[in-house]
Design a protein around this ligand. Structure first.
Ligand code: SAM
Length: 170
């Protein structure tokens, strides 16, 4: 079970990025996302709608107390931060973990996260985006196999096409 914890959501500023964090989590093989910071039911609902339409068992919920969730997590916790150890040096130790929480921030990540997480991992040592960091992390963690993941029970399925758009609605 791979859970993504998105810290510090700000309703007015982060709607789009937080939604993208959740969409990437789902598409790249995670099982659930917990959104913390300001409560934003609209984002949670939009993720649930996507999962219903596009299939799979991905779940999304608000988490008021991120510290409790992080402390109480039964598994390995990985905080993505440009200050961490390079992904390539750490990913081998992480592959095969059954239960993992992947933490991404928004603007400023509380200092405690760095000490509470089992691993602080960087995806390059340059500042960029939680969306990109999460995608690259999951891609490396799954060794690319997530690109072929099937999402059962979808209402809509795409047919890959060299040109144009093809899909079958169930
Ligand atoms: N300045 C912020 C801080 O002190 O944490 C970083 C803000 S950044 C826009 C938002 C999030 O993107 C970070 O909390 C981290 O999860 C992720 N991120 C950005 N660059 C990263 C990198 N090079 N490696 C891993 N994660 C990164």
């Amino acid at each position: 079970m791979i859970c993504v914890l998105r810290l510090g959501h700000r309703k007015a500023r982060d709607k789009r990025v937080t939604t993208h964090v959740a969409l990437v989590a789902r598409a790249f093989g995670a099982d659930k996302v917990m959104l913390s910071g300001e409560r934003d039911d609209a984002v949670v609902e939009s993720i649930k709608k996507v999962s219903k339409k596009w299939g799979g068992r991905f779940s999304a919920r608000y988490e008021k107390n991120w510290k409790k969730a992080l402390r109480g997590f039964k598994g390995t916790t990985v905080h993505l931060t440009m200050y961490g150890l390079p992904l390539c040096d750490v990913v081998g130790k992480l592959r095969g973990q059954k239960n993992m929480m992947v933490i991404v921030g928004a603007e400023k990540v509380p200092r405690e996260v760095y000490s509470l997480a089992d691993f602080n991992v960087s995806v390059t040592s340059q500042p960029h985006s939680e969306v990109a960091a999460l995608a690259v992390f999951l891609h490396e963690f799954f060794s690319g196999k997530e690109l072929d993941k099937k999402f059962g029970g979808a209402e809509i399925i795409l047919e890959p096409s060299a040109k144009g758009k093809k899909f079958a609605r169930k």
